[in-house]
Write a protein that binds this ligand. Structure first.
Ligand code: NCD
Length: 320
């Protein structure tokens, strides 16, 4: 069902492919809850993680996922690599490529950098977040979390709130949720709303109270200050007052609404700490758990495709 060579974004995926990834991830949720968590899906394969941006959850989750599937996992330390000596991304990639990795997991501050790299290497590439473009495994883990807690992944009203303009998480989630036939509302200050989002099949709200009314899922985002080059908000205090998720605003959503956040969270800026910790509303820790399972599923499927391609190439060579 999922035949692609790389996982670079949600954009090229068909709904059936998304469902196939989530279904396989379910089996890994079960495996991860056992005492012995090993599978041999990536046995003998080499996975290299290249993170050109800081990461806690995504990097550790990809590392665990690879190890649980039996791969040899190497974390490149980009702070101490030759990138600091001026080597280009492509040269670094070609150097690593010569070591025959099977899976490359890449996070990069520039939108499109991971796609470019994928064209230069002969292994499978997974995008772990490129600039403000895409973060496909985050959207997939969010989808799995929603499907498990709400019992479905269609005909839900999802409010994605905060710094939409700088967020690859918002972009990948929007694309996925619209593909799966949900109603998506983007909520935030006009200064943090990218132009032309209306065309992506969603509704846009500046008033958070309006945007949250009747929502089944409330997804909060961090202010991505590292991607801002000027004053986008009046002050953090004012921002919290208007767009921070507190009990009073959450009361406007559906009584069973769940609260999500990809992390890292800034308590008291975009979300009240009590809500984030409320196990009856917040599924933030479930998102982290689903992250490992979803990444295992994605890497398992890419490894199957890689084996099939290499097998096909080998038999062609044999015929000649
Ligand atoms: C997000 C990211 O890096 O895009 N975090 C994550 O992957 N869990 C969101 C963020 O940095 O705010």
């Amino acid at each position: 069902m999922f035949r692609a060579r790389h996982l670079l974004g949600i954009e090229p995926l068909a709904p059936a492919e998304i469902t196939a990834i989530l279904d396989l991830a379910e089996t890994y949720v079960d495996l991860n809850r056992r005492t012995v968590k090993h599978s041999n899906a990536l046995e003998g394969m080499t996975q290299i993680n290249m993170f050109f941006e800081n990461s806690t959850r995504t990097q550790s989750s990809f590392e665990l996922a690879g190890k649980r599937l039996g791969a040899d996992v190497m974390n490149m330390s980009m702070q101490t690599s030759s990138v600091k000596k001026g080597e280009t991304l492509i040269d670094t990639a070609l150097t690593l490529n010569a070591m025959h990795p099977d899976l490359l997991v890449v996070r990069h501050p520039q939108s499109g950098a991971v796609d470019l790299l994928a064209q230069k290497v002969n292994c499978a590439v997974l995008n772990a977040g490129d600039g403000r473009h895409e973060h496909p495994t985050q959207a997939l883990l969010d989808a799995l979390t929603i499907r498990r807690t709400k019992g479905r992944l269609h005909r839900l009203t999802v409010a994605i709130c905060g710094d939409i303009a700088h967020s690859r998480v918002a972009r990948s989630n929007l694309i996925l949720l619209v593909k799966m036939e949900n109603r998506v509302r983007l909520v935030g200050p006009a200064t943090l709303m990218p132009s032309g989002v209306g065309e992506l099949g969603c509704e846009v709200y500046e008033d958070m109270r309006e945007g949250l009314k009747g929502a089944d899922v409330v997804m909060m985002l961090r202010l991505q200050k590292e991607r801002m080059d000027g004053g986008f908000i009046p002050s953090e205090r004012e921002y919290y007052h208007r767009w921070g998720l507190d009990a009073e605003k959450l009361a406007l959503a559906h009584p069973d609404a769940i609260v999500m956040h990809p992390g890292p969270m800034n308590r008291g800026v975009e979300i009240d700490g009590t809500i984030a910790d409320d196990i009856n509303r917040s599924v933030i820790q479930d998102q982290v758990e689903m992250g490992v399972a979803v990444r295992m599923a994605c890497m398992d499927l890419l490894a199957r495709n890689l084996r099939a391609q290499r097998g096909a190439m080998a038999s062609q060579a044999f015929e000649v």
